[in-house]
Design a protein around this ligand. Structure first.
Ligand SMILES: Cc1cc2nc3c(=O)[nH]c(=O)nc-3n(C[C@H](O)[C@H](O)[C@H](O)COP(=O)(O)O)c2cc1C
Length: 380
């Protein structure tokens, strides 16, 4: 650290799930769709982590915590071409190489477990030909693509039966078990951005009349059941299981007029489980539905005793202020971490940041370009 740099709490260690993270800078989960096969880059069923991913995460290993891109727990949960799954022995082996590369550099890495729900397309699910959601409500403005990459109108999902719900909970349990095998330090359940768990939470997408819908508490039940089933299975203890929410987000046609009460209640219901952390997109710079008042990390802090990760559009100093205020314990970066693999070193030394990665780099399919080609900073 240079003499001029103040002692930043952002760069101080923190304990999460019994592990010491060397700083509070977190790599936000980022779908980058780079699981193209080296032998057949256009193989549409390829969803296995490869050399590109190994290098990408290793480049960012100085972050206190890395959260992987959303990773599908099953065929029904998968809906993004070249995005990874964790289902087969090959996929576990691919992820193992990623975790080993990060651990070798002293990093800590959680996998984000994902069920795409109504934002998937039936072409990804040949065994059923369906897409799943708590209720049969489509998302007309969401960007849904087929397995061939064609943009199409979102399909009307099939309302899950109680058996479908139990089967899907088991898919998360199996995926957590495989994540453990792959060497992940913990799992983060993707409960935001309009994917399956989020559609259970929100009143605009959950019109069920059974124990998984209706009241705010019933709409929290699916997440709670998934977490409790993973704990009961024994792959990870509660302190290594986290979840991720996006209460203000409009991505995937989301937003409900009771979101403030809903999301504060979720935190309150999950609090006694003693989870690893709650990862929260509390900023507005990634779309705001304007249907209800904003849920801030400070609101969640009142009902949540564990670590909180704040996110969206942060600068180093705003993040530092959030940590000092006590609202959050860590902060995550998405777009800036894409283009600054040495984000921690730049924050530490007050070095300039590279601009955010341009949109055209987000989901390229031509190898390392725009993915692993962002340089580290070299002082003059
Ligand atoms: C290309 C891209 C992919 C993303 N993929 C995911 C994802 O897989 N899971 C998730 O929870 N959020 C995802 N997000 C949201 C980011 O984690 C983060 O919340 C967002 O980029 C805002 O943070 P930032 O302002 O630091 O970029 C994605 C965002 C971008 C730009």
């Amino acid at each position: 650290m240079s003499d001029q740099t103040p002692k930043l709490q952002l760069l101080s260690p923190v304990t999460v799930g019994g592990q010491t993270l060397r700083n509070r800078v977190v790599l936000a989960p980022l779908t980058r769709a780079r699981c193209t096969s080296t032998t057949d880059p256009f193989d549409p069923v390829n969803a296995t982590p490869n050399d590109l991913l190994v290098e990408h995460y290793a480049q960012r290993a100085s972050g206190g915590l890395l959260v992987t891109e959303a990773t599908a727990v099953s065929e029904m949960g998968w809906g993004w071409r070249n995005a990874p799954k964790i289902c087969t022995p090959e996929q576990v082996a691919g992820w193992k190489r990623v975790t080993e590369a990060v651990h070798e550099k002293g990093g800590v890495i959680y996998i984000q477990l994902w069920h795409g729900g109504r934002q998937t397309h039936s072409s990804f699910h040949p065994s059923t030909g369906k897409i799943f959601a708590p209720s049969a409500i489509a998302c007309p403005n969401a960007a849904v693509k087929t397995i061939d990459g064609e943009s199409v109108k979102a399909e009307v999902p099939t309302e899950m039966t109680l058996q479908d719900i139990q089967d899907t909970i088991q898919e998360f349990v199996t995926a957590a078990r495989l994540s453990k095998e792959a060497g992940f330090d913990g799992v983060e359940l993707h409960s935001g951005n309009g994917y399956l768990i989020d559609t259970f939470f929100q009143s605009s997408t959950n019109k069920r009349t059974d124990e998984y819908g209706g009241s705010i508490d019933n709409r929290c039940r699916f997440l709670k059941d998934v977490v409790e089933a993973i704990i009961a299975d024994g792959s990870y203890p509660s302190e290594r299981i986290a979840f991720h929410i996006s209460p203000q987000g409009n991505y995937g046609d989301m937003g409900s007029n009771d979101n403030f009460d809903q999301f504060v209640r979720i935190a309150k219901i999950m609090n006694p489980l003693g989870l690893a952390y709650l990862n929260m997109q509390d900023g507005l710079g990634f779309g705001f539905h304007e249907k209800d008042k904003i849920v801030t990390c400070a609101d969640i802090r009142k009902v949540w005793d564990g670590p909180i990760i704040g996110n969206i559009g942060l600068t180093r100093d705003v993040a530092e202020g959030m940590i000092r205020s006590g609202a959050v314990d860590m902060c995550s970066w998405g777009r800036l971490y894409m283009s600054n693999p040495d984000l921690v070193e730049r924050f530490t030394n007050n070095w300039p940041l590279a601009p955010e990665a341009p949109y055209q780099d987000w989901w390229r399919t031509d190898g390392a370009e725009g993915y692993n080609t962002y340089p580290t900073y070299t002082p003059e």
